[in-house]
Write a protein that binds this ligand. Structure first.
Ligand code: COA
Length: 196
């Protein structure tokens, strides 16, 4: 069964995320953060136990992220992962959001579920909101994938409104110095406000 998470599910969600964050497959999340964001989560429940989870994060009017997607190894292969993503996608759509994205190391799994690989640069809200402060910045090995929730939505994402890009760049502070760079990875895009 897939259902919305409840506060009582938070420790099980935390344990699940922790299992994979230790293997560098998910970002770790403190338990307090999971309680705080519990309304963003969906869970897969089998025999009364939480065996899967996924969360929605809305970034912009046309962009949301599915994150903290995890299914316990003993419950894998039963379609929980796909159904959790579908639940998050449906929730995003209910809010009128038109694209759902993920940053992932398993892009082929997402591609088989209606996502397409895109350049991370088009996710400028994410890049500036999260990636800018991530220790792995400029050494990130995750691939951006997007699922349009209405026809044509991905096209608009790929050809963004430059005014919005400038708006986002304007409110985000310049990146700090001293973060190690990896020459084999393209640096994250730097959008500069033209008036600066
Ligand atoms: C990815 C994950 C959520 C899939 O959950 P699931 O419930 O097994 O997913 P589904 O049952 O819907 O899909 C199963 C299919 O995915 C495939 N699959 C499972 N793990 C995979 C992986 N790491 N890479 C590629 N494909 C994978 C299975 O082989 C199966 O293929 P099939 O449909 O051809 O039989 C789960 O394996 C997981 O939690 N992985 C670790 C955390 C992670 O990587 N999360 C994604 C972060 S963006």
């Amino acid at each position: 069964m897939i259902r919305r998470a409840r506060p009582a599910d938070a420790p099980a969600i935390h344990a699940l995320v922790h299992r994979y964050s230790g293997r560098d497959l998910l970002l770790p999340r403190p338990l307090t953060d999971i309680y705080e964001r519990i309304r963003d989560f969906w869970v897969a429940v089998e025999a009364g136990q939480v065996v899967g989870c996924a969360a929605l994060r809305i970034w912009w009017h046309d962009l949301a992220e599915v994150r903290s997607l995890a299914v316990a190894p003993e419950a894998e292969g039963n379609g929980y992962g796909a159904r959790l993503v579908d639940a998050v996608a449906a929730e995003a759509k209910r809010y009128g959001v038109t694209n759902l994205f993920a940053l992932t190391r398993i892009p082929d799994w997402f591609e088989r579920r209606g996502f397409e690989v895109v350049d991370r640069a088009v996710l400028y809200h994410k890049v500036w909101g999260d990636c800018a402060s991530c220790p792995k910045r400029n050494a990130c090995d995750e691939v951006a994938v997007v699922r349009p929730l209405v026809p044509g939505a991905a096209e608009r994402l790929l050809h963004p409104d430059r005014q919005l890009v400038r708006l986002v760049a304007h409110v985000v502070p310049p990146r700090p110095r001293g973060v190690p760079e990896r020459p084999d990875r393209a640096p994250l895009p730097v959008f500069v406000h033209e008036d600066r």
